[in-house]
Design a protein around this ligand. Sequence first.
Ligand code: DX5
Ligand code: ZN
Length: 215
Amino acid sequence: MIKIAPSILASDFARLGEEVKDVEAAGADYIHVDVMDGHFVPNITIGAPIVRALRPVTTLPLDVHLMIENPDLYIEEFADAGADILTVHAEACPHLHRTIQLIKSTGTKAGVVINPGTPVEAIKHVIEDVDLVLLMTVNPGFGGQAFIERVLSKITETKQLAASLGVSPEIEVDGGVNAETARLCIEAGATVLVAGSAIYNQSDRKAAIDQIRHS
Ligand code: DX5
Ligand code: ZN
């Protein structure tokens, strides 16, 4: 069963609570929260106070994607705010194994993410420790970018690596996912699809989610 994680980055921030409730009613499985610090990526979005504000609004897991430098400094704060999954970039973590253990020590699920230009090799030695691997299908920083097809082989590679080690983390993709590109991701082995503009730019969010899920 494919899970759909709408990214609130594409929602109307002035009506954020309603926008979250809307995709929950439309069948979303996770709420994807894009945290950007203006250093790791060239954009600034939202932080732990927004996660805390959203916690009572939805029963769905809050899937928090940390596009920030020094994530260790903020992990406890995000966990305390109500994040269910905390995902950190391998590129931002010189002590990746330690950071993943820190996430797990808070009782939150741990995810690791790599950019399009980073090889799967970068997560080889932590994949047994994580609940989720996120493969960026755009360069992080902005919604509405074009899907990078070359990442598809990394989805298959990640699935094979996990299987060879006897683990089965969720394999999530993020960036440029729509009804057409979703099919390619699912065929390659993705189990969770993040979609921002393809869901929030449609007035009928249920139709948008169904189309992506059953593409
Ligand atoms: C990109 C973010 C994505 C983004 C996806 O840096 O991590 O989650 O919001 O947006 P779309 O689906 O519009 O590419
Ligand atoms: Zn994201």
